[in-house]
Every structure is written in structure tokens, then in C-alpha cells.
Design a protein around this ligand. Sequence first.
Ligand code: MLT
Length: 201
Amino acid sequence: MKHIFKQGSDPAAPVLVLLHGTGGNEHDLLPIAEMLSPESSVLGVRGNVLENGMPRFFRRLAEGVFDEEDLVARTKELNDFLDEAAREYGLQRDRMIAVGFSNGANIAASLLFHYEHALWGAALLHPMVPLRGKQLPDLTGVPVFIGAGKNDPLCSVSETEELQSLLEGAGAEVTLYWDNQGHQLSKRELYAASDWLDNRF
Ligand code: MLT
């Protein structure tokens, strides 16, 4: 997958895997990585799907309606890519934390839904439930941060709570942060994500 890799100054710090929103690219979340964990190695990844020229991590049939077959295949593609990148850059595969926004948060959630050891943890910024009716793997103790907006037209309060309960049902330790914004990142949310990272890793 197209990506950018930045070697961190502290090999013990978690590796941040950056997953952009629709229309973004592998560079988008670099300033957020810098704010969350400046010593970390960073892998910014670009989604392989194009929707009217806009990169995404998986296809959708309409806004909020996902192409599940593609989602499952693209989730495997990303997981395989993380395995390869760990080998190529000498990274600890079991120390990767996803930081995803919107579509990127959804594929990160899908990694958690499909693979027991895909991620050490995840910061999901404005995620949705990636798919339903799936038995989740054992996620005991996996720290997950969810940043959500009370007025987010794409991710409703009830869907956010549904995601939280699905993840907690599989054993994940979910920290849910609400702000009063819509489907955009807020500084407060990022400070909360930064505190979560400092406390959990
Ligand atoms: C987006 O625009 O990225 C949606 O809100 C989320 C998605 O389609 O995965």
C-alpha cells in the first residue's frame, strides 16, 4: 500500500499507524501523530480504493452503507500490509496503535473486529460500526479510545454506543470521549486521546 514511514527517536514508543478519512492521504494525520507521541515511529497509510478520485480504505455503496465484501478483503489487505511493513522497517508488530479518522477509524475498527493481534490499541476518531452480526475475536485488555461528536451527522450517538458495547463485549477497554462537535476533529478530543495514550502505553 502507498505509505510514508518516519523513524521515531524512541524504539520503545508505540508505532503509530495513521489511517486517513475519505479524500485524505498518508500525510494527513502526521501533525496528530506528532502531538500524540513525538518519539514514535509513524506509518501513514493511503487507502487503495478511489471514490470519485478520493482515497478510501474500502468501498461504500452509499454514505454510511458499506460494501461488506470489500471491507473484509481490504481489512485483510491492511493487516497483511502491517505485517510486511513491520518486517521491512524492523518494527515490533505487536506494538502498533492505529490512529484513524472517519473512514480510517472504520477500517481500524474492522481490524479489531477481524484479527485478535492486529493492533496493540486504537484511537478511533469518529468511527461507525464497521459491520454487524460478527463474532469478535478476544480483545481482552486492548485499549481503545473513541472520540465522538454529540452532533455528528454520520456517527450517531446510538451507533457510537453500539460500537463501544461491541468492543467491550469482546473484552476491550474502551475510553469514550464526547465533545459537542460534529464530524470533525476537535483540539479537546485530541488532548483526550493524548492523555489516553500517555496513561495506557
Ligand atoms: C466517511 O466519509 O469516511 C464516512 O463517514 C465513513 C466511511 O464511509 O467509512
